[in-house]
Design a protein around this ligand. Structure first.
Ligand SMILES: Nc1ncnc2c1ncn2[C@@H]1O[C@H](COP(=O)(O)OP(=O)(O)OP(=O)(O)O)[C@@H](O)[C@H]1O
Ligand SMILES: [Mg+2]
Length: 269
């Protein structure tokens, strides 16, 4: 079985009621690579991810997974290949961490094959990888924002899909947990060839961790490619309306964006 899945959007049009958010978008996500999507608030990043995981039907066009339109695939079948961590997931009231992470195993179960040893192992591995095992018996409602975010990541990991879509996986996380989660996703990509598509607001983390960077602006692709080619001063100005300097990150060799605000900018900048 291959983990290399092709995912593309073909003339994809998405919207809500009378608002078109994405208009005839053509986009390819490289298989077995890490793609980061960046763009201003409300440009359509979450809308795109929701449509890729069939939560939002297209107005026109398709999202194709291995050549098949995802919104014509049965939900459970799709969920065995592709998992989504939404931007603001909602946990059932009072659910424990272990039970929530266990829900990641639902796509692998059926009437005939209920909870198995393999499910136990997948949940334990996901709790372990996200350092949430000590929270297993706690109620999700009573966790800190960062703890809760790591539990949701654990649930997505427990699903053990070849394709993982994550909408701002590092929100609420302190800097060391941010690095840990991005390192963990990189490990998953390198060890299993998992295709990762994630929305990130931190352009520097995106440039550092992504093989492929997509800058979205008003539902269209402003630029896509290697981070060094995409994250330029012109791109930051066009996509975010922000002046910046791009330097080479001495620790990674990747582009590092320094925003120029109206204050605290040296004459030489
Ligand atoms: N359920 C909805 N009903 C109506 N309009 C919506 C809905 N969800 C999103 N929108 C609108 O669609 C547009 C794109 O929203 P989306 O959530 O995709 O943005 P985003 O790029 O993810 O932004 P952010 O960086 O703030 O998360 C916005 O104008 C938003 O108001
Ligand atoms: Mg969003």
């Amino acid at each position: 079985m291959t983990t290399d899945h092709s995912i593309r959007a073909e003339r994809l049009t998405l919207g809500y009621r009378d608002r078109v958010v994405i208009d005839r978008l053509d986009l390819t996500f490289p298989p077995a690579k890490i793609t980061a999507i960046v763009g201003a608030n409300a440009c359509g990043k979450s809308t795109l991810l929701r449509s890729m995981s069939r939560l939002l039907p297209p107005r026109a066009g398709h999202v194709l997974l291995d050549g098949r339109a995802v919104h014509r695939m049965p939900a459970k079948e799709l969920a065995r290949t592709l998992g989504l961590l939404p931007q603001s997931p909602i946990a059932p009231e009072g659910i424990t961490v272990a039970d929530l992470v266990g829900r990641g195993r639902h796509p692998h179960q059926s009437v005939l094959s209920r909870w198995s040893k393999q499910d136990d192992l997948a949940v334990a591995a996901a709790l372990d990888a996200t350092h949430t095992a000590d929270l297993a018996d706690r109620s999700v409602d009573e966790l800190s924002g960062g703890q809760r975010q790591r539990v949701w990541i654990a649930m997505a990991l427990a699903q053990q899909t070849d394709v993982l879509l994550l909408d701002e996986p590092t929100t609420f996380l302190d800097v060391s947990h941010q690095v840990e989660v991005l390192d963990l996703l990189t490990d998953l990509n390198r060890a299993r060839g998992t295709t990762i598509v994630m929305v990130l607001h931190d352009l520097n983390m995106a440039a550092r961790y992504a093989d492929h960077l997509i800058a979205l602006a008003a539902g269209t692709v402003h630029a896509a490619g290697e981070p060094a080619d995409v994250l330029t001063e012109d791109c930051v100005r066009a996509v975010f309306g922000l002046d910046s300097r791009i330097i080479v990150d001495p620790t990674s060799g990747k582009p590092l964006m320094l925003p120029l605000g109206r204050h605290h900018v040296a004459e030489t900048a």
